[in-house]
Design a protein around this ligand. Structure first.
Ligand SMILES: *[C@@H]1O[C@H](CO)[C@@H](O)[C@H](O)[C@H]1NC(C)=O
Ligand SMILES: *[C@@H]1O[C@H](CO)[C@@H](O)[C@H](O)[C@H]1NC(C)=O
Ligand SMILES: *[C@@H]1O[C@H](CO)[C@@H](O)[C@H](O)[C@H]1NC(C)=O
Ligand SMILES: *[C@@H]1O[C@H](CO)[C@@H](O)[C@H](O)[C@H]1NC(C)=O
Ligand SMILES: *[C@@H]1O[C@H](CO)[C@@H](O)[C@H](O)[C@H]1NC(C)=O
Ligand SMILES: *[C@@H]1O[C@H](CO)[C@@H](O)[C@H](O)[C@H]1NC(C)=O
Length: 436
């Protein structure tokens, strides 16, 4: 996983620039069309719920035109609804396909009510990578109270640009754009929408609080590069429920400084699993705590329940992690702690403790279904394994029994098949320490 937090300062600078642009556009729009006064707006577009409607087509957006970049219209709509409206506002993106380049939706909004965005149609990202001066497509920033809803789709048009991603071979690679980024967003609710073929991550939640994603659909091919479903960083109180994720990288990645994260009824596959980490790649990485993954199903994924930390000089703690009621179907590494991630020649200084794997059943695509490769400097403690039943579902071996290998792990076992740490062999088979 390549981290993007180092772009923070640049991002901030660009956000300020975009904010200035947004103000200029709003004043210009006001001059041309007359002021979008809240009074007339209220009379024109009041709904039953008392929200003023801001339809992007009223601000110049045109659907079903492959050459029309609707970025200006979307920005004008946002400025009118968020920054200039005292009334509770709802932005509507009606049916049809709207081509849109990168947009920053910056708050704070004027109304104290959450701003609602209803997506009925399809929003399609532009595909000229030079449009994207920073790696986001729809970027929500400094918004307090946001509802993103509807049956519509955000189509990142990844297939047209994935070939530009050389991150596998180039450590200084340029990142493509994440489709939906929330940074410094508080109290947001995302429901119903589909994210299709993001260029980079589908959702990127950063420095945000109290965010719920419910009944969302995330889709990209297994081979699409770095298309993490939901990447959560430096955020607190994030819930993901009733969500189906099929993608090319981690379905959900919970990285540094995340706390109180609840994942329930998520299906993942194809993809690289539901991961805590990687942690410790960057010197600023802080610990994570209270992460619960419950009632989830993983199908055909490379990993299932995974915790990964880097070797090197940085240190921290990953504590209070529960993976519970998980069904694995044909998962390559169903349960894996990998503290040998990244810098393999140095032991990790990260401490993993108070981790619970409970009620995890199904099939492993590899012979080693439980692999706990903990740090020699800071052994994992206490790792609970209870009510685990993982059988071999592949064709290479005749037996359905699987193995469990461990290093530096203190395990409390109550009813696990395989018995944790019962097998000899390489701690973390090299094939399992992948760099995705
Ligand atoms: C969390 O956000 C939701 C909106 O999704 C809001 O209704 C709720 O009041 C917020 N909770 C807190 C504790 O602020
Ligand atoms: C997330 O779910 C947990 C457990 O169900 C609940 O306690 C918490 O309030 C929820 N948080 C949000 C942000 O909805
Ligand atoms: C789980 O989520 C799926 C959508 O992915 C939904 O169809 C199903 O009803 C949910 N199950 C429960 C028990 O809520
Ligand atoms: C998880 O599933 C169990 C058993 O199917 C059910 O009793 C429980 O309510 C579910 N928990 C959540 C948070 O959906
Ligand atoms: C999992 O793989 C099997 C066999 O290749 C395939 O039939 C099935 O559709 C796959 N399921 C998912 C959810 O990818
Ligand atoms: C474990 O799963 C296998 C395959 O589904 C099943 O045959 C076996 O009875 C299960 N064992 C336990 C202890 O549940």
């Amino acid at each position: 996983m390549i981290d993007m937090e180092r772009r923070r300062l640049i991002d901030h600078f660009e956000a300020v620039l975009l904010l200035c642009c947004a103000f200029l556009i709003s004043s210009a729009a006001g001059a041309f069309r007359g002021h979008v006064s809240d009074d007339t707006g209220l009379r024109r577009g009041l709904t039953e719920t008392g929200r003023q409607i801001f339809d992007v087509t009223k601000y110049g957006a045109v659907a079903n035109n492959e050459r029309k970049d609707n970025v200006q219209a979307f920005m004008k709509t946002w400025v009118a609804a968020c920054r200039n409206s005292n009334a509770p506002a709802k932005i509507v993106i009606p049916t049809g396909a709207f081509l849109v380049g990168p947009v920053v939706f910056q708050g704070p909004c004027k109304s104290s009510e959450p701003i609602v965005i209803e997506v009925q149609g399809t929003v399609k990202a532009t595909t000229d990578v030079s449009d994207y001066s920073s790696p986001e497509w729809f970027s929500f920033e400094f918004v307090n109270g946001l509802v993103l809803t509807g049956k519509g789709t955000f189509d990142g048009q990844g297939p047209k640009v994935w070939h530009y991603n050389d991150c596998k071979t180039n450590p200084n690679c340029q990142h493509l754009a994440s489709s939906l980024r929330f940074s410094n967003v508080n109290n947001a609710y995302v429901e119903g929408i589909t994210s299709l073929n993001s260029k980079w991550f589908h959702f990127f939640i950063y420095e945000s609080k109290n965010i719920t994603l419910n009944n969302v659909k995330i889709t990209a091919p297994a081979e699409s590069p770095n298309t993490d479903g939901i990447h959560i960083s430096a955020s607190t109180s994030v819930n993901v429920t009733n969500t189906a994720i099929a993608t090319g990288d981690d379905c959900i990645g919970i990285v540094q400084d995340c706390h109180n994260i609840y994942i329930t009824n998520v299906t993942c596959g194809p993809g690289h699993g539901i991961s805590v980490g990687s942690l410790g790649k960057w010197s600023y990485d802080k610990g994570v705590s209270n992460i619960v993954v419950r009632n989830c199903t993983l199908v055909n994924t490379t990993n299932g329940a995974r915790i990964k930390t880097w070797g090197g000089t940085t240190s921290g703690e990953a504590t209070g992690i529960i993976y519970e009621n998980i069904i694995m179907k044909n998962v390559k590494n169903p349960i894996i702690i990998d503290q040998n991630y990244g810098r393999k020649n140095q032991p990790s200084k990260w401490k993993i403790k108070d981790v619970h794997f409970r009620n995890i059943k199904g099939t492993s695509a590899s012979k080693v279904s439980i692999s706990l490769g903990c740090s020699s400097l800071f052994p994992c403690e206490v790792v609970e394994m209870s009510n685990i039943n993982l059988s071999y579902g592949g064709t290479k071996f005749a037996t359905t029994a699987t193995d469990s290998v461990c290093a530096n792990a203190k395990v409390a076992n109550s009813g696990s098949n395989p018995v944790p740490c019962s097998s000899k062999g390489p701690t973390v088979p090299s094939a399992q320490s992948t760099f995705e």
